[in-house]
Design a protein around this ligand. Sequence first.
Ligand code: NAP
Length: 366
Amino acid sequence: MATSASPSPVATIHSCAKTVCVTGAGGYIGSWVVKLLLERGYTVRGTARDPEDPKNRHLKSLDGAGERLTICRADVLDYASLQLAISGCGGVFHTASPVANDPGLVAAAVDGTRNVMNAAAEAGVRRVVFTSSFGAVHMDPNRSSDTVVDESCWSDPDYCKKTNVLSLSLSLSLCAVPGSFHSSGPCGCRQNWYCYGKMSAELVASEVAREKGLELVVVVPSVTVGQMLQPALTASVYHVLRYVCATKTAYPNEVQSYVGVKDVAMAHLLVYENPSARGRYLCLSCVLHRAEVVELLAEICPMYPVTTRCQDESSARKKPYKFSNQRLKDLGLRFTPIKQSLREMVISAKANGHLLPPSSYRPSPL
Ligand SMILES: NC(=O)c1ccc[n+]([C@@H]2O[C@H](COP(=O)([O-])OP(=O)(O)OC[C@H]3O[C@@H](n4cnc5c(N)ncnc54)[C@H](OP(=O)(O)O)[C@@H]3O)[C@@H](O)[C@H]2O)c1
């Protein structure tokens, strides 16, 4: 595996913490967290709203799953289901959250997190690792261009409510020709409810941790790319793959931060296992202009009609911001080159039928 960090054996943490719960176990990031935990010898209780849904089937074939993985039926909005899943666990990885730009889903992010934190406290869990989002960090219009974005940065909630940076509510299908997609979500909203929800959820997690004396460590990933273990297409992978087949016919004049999914999962393990880990850990490996992303994709997929046109060719190219991922590096994480993660993402998307053969897509109009 490309992600590297000095493994700390399970024995370094309190013995009861060898059994851990991962909420959203069948999701993109959740599946990788489960995989790495099993590889490190943990006994894992994963949660899914419907364990029998074929989208969770891949979990059963992970190494060690037969002996040490149980999937519990739990909805983060159903406290009793969480109590059952978390009881007897020494640690909780809370990855479950709707990844969509829909105001109706903010409650699942925020109330769901409160429920998970309370259930963890009630069960005597030692440490909770919460998966936040870079959306809780960078959405601040007043941040100066010289600022080094790090763990001290927070998004402005009012700004989140007024803007729409990532259209995550699009129909997640690439098996269609360019031009057949809508450019706004089903609710037609322009607000960034996803960032607002993640930021609010992170604040709630911190508040409950303080009140209940729970150890909380927060991983803050940026747009996550890399191999999908799960069969279903997830929002961040879709966000990038639509340039491969040019279903997004032009890219914006914008910069974005990216990270590999294996690195994100490894970050969760490192902050869990390191006794002195506290607070937030920014998990991003690079900031790229979208022009650089499509260049990398064109190198990786020369047969595909990768998007080449910028939506805004008259303005100067937006510049990347500075950032620090030093806290995770200090814990031993060595970030995977993003081109490698993008390549692995494309291969897994093809294998899962999310990318048709190149001839199925029309070239991007110039
Ligand atoms: N991918 C990214 O670029 C990225 C970046 C930063 C942060 N994150 C965060 O990482 C986490 C995982 O995201 P992902 O990309 O892996 O998304 P994903 O593949 O869509 O997985 C989301 C998971 O959340 C679960 N979920 C959603 N609503 C739920 C509810 N009401 N009750 C229980 N489970 C629920 C889903 O489980 P079921 O539907 O099976 O129940 C699913 O397993 C999220 O917290 C997200 O905000 C993702």
